[in-house]
Design a binder for this molecule. Structure first.
Ligand SMILES: [Zn+2]
Ligand SMILES: [Zn+2]
Length: 340
């Protein structure tokens, strides 16, 4: 079965992956749609000597082999988690499944960007979800990235009515703004630097979209929040400066979430006197658990917010290299690869 993998730095190669022997309770999917994530771009830029796995983890697929007994049937459309918390370790038992010590032991093989994908029985049982009939297969492919966002909102103790500042106008920033809308944000402010992305944010997800190269974000946030600052700040840009700005714009007692991954040894200067007296919370989020993906499907299905503007380009398999370039060059928002 063919899959797209990272080759030499900057190259995507199409590889013939071995078909693993599926056990009776395992599931096999035919890939339908797979989103391209910044992680895929990073993996391709880094390059790999050996193609052990395919790229892609934001997969909608169709079941082509199901166990004789159980909830799954051939022909069903599903989304699947890229990894599975064990439910047994210290972190799982403390309600922090994305810190699971065994998080990467069970996963779809070879990955999302492959014609056929093997789902171990336990992943099919605890980390796979049927796509509701009235939700498109393409939008369902947002369940994984939206699940990551929902986890970030949870970690930020986001509540309906909260003002939400999202720093970053890329696909994850837009998803955070959209999720804020879905979850009843009092107001949503998106800060970015790219004109066309800010226009999308303003049209679909944000009350206010701010081009930080033109406008003083501090003043805008102060003006929108009675000078308090935002209740919740999600930093969806990979930079120390963006994190520092986020901290400067949260209200006393508010929550800042370092959502985007940053390079190793990224440092900021923190005024700890302010942490003490202004009593704000600094949180971090990475990854998603099956429960967040299930919640994401609910939000996508609810139609309260139109998530479709986040997917801005479609490439047919095997043109994965072009899709990666599209995302790397920030031409639009999210690209997806379609299989037929
Ligand atoms: Zn992703
Ligand atoms: Zn665990």
């Amino acid at each position: 079965m063919k899959g797209a993998a990272a080759g030499q730095s900057g190259q995507v190669i199409i590889v013939d992956f071995p078909e693993p022997a599926a056990k009776e309770d395992d599931v096999i999917l035919e890939a339908l749609v797979c989103g391209i994530c910044a992680t895929d771009v990073k993996l391709v830029q880094k390059g790999a000597k050996e193609a052990k796995y395919a790229l892609g983890h934001e997969l909608s697929g169709k079941i082509v082999k199901a166990p004789a007994k159980g909830q799954w049937k051939v022909g069903q459309h599903v989304v699947v988690a890229p990894y599975l918390p064990c439910d047994q370790c210290y972190y799982c038992k403390h309600g922090q499944p994305t810190l699971c010590k065994n998080l990467y032991e069970i996963y779809p093989f070879p990955g999302g960007l492959a014609e056929r994908v093997y789902i171990p029985a336990e992943l099919a049982r605890r980390g796979m979800f049927a796509i509701p009939d009235d939700l498109s297969i393409e939008l369902a492919a947002l369940a994984e990235p939206l699940g990551c966002v929902i986890k970030g909102m949870e970690d930020s103790h986001f509540q309906a009515g909260d003002s939400l500042l999202v720093i970053g106008d890329g696909p994850m920033g837009q998803l955070a703004a959209a999720a804020g809308r879905s979850l009843g944000a009092g107001q949503v402010i998106v800060a970015g630097i790219t004109d066309h992305r800010l226009r999308t944010a303003k049209q679909y997800y944000a009350d206010t979209a701010v081009d930080v190269t033109q406008t003083n974000l501090h003043q805008v946030v102060a003006g929108c929040t009675d000078k308090r600052g935002a209740d919740v700040v999600i930093v969806a840009v990979s930079s120390a400066e963006a994190i520092s700005n986020g901290i400067a714009m949260v209200r006393p007692g508010g929550r800042v979430n370092i959502f985007a991954g940053v390079p190793e040894d990224t440092q900021i200067t923190l005024d700890v006197r302010k942490v003490h007296y202004q009593q704000y919370f600094l949180t971090g989020s990475s990854g998603t658990a099956p429960a967040h993906m299930n919640k994401a499907l609910e939000l996508l299905q609810s139609k309260m917010v139109d998530y479709s503007a986040i997917i801005s380009a479609r490439y047919s398999f095997p043109k994965v290299g072009e899709a990666i370039t599209y995302v790397k060059d920030r031409v639009g928002l999210k690209a997806v690869v379609t299989f037929s």
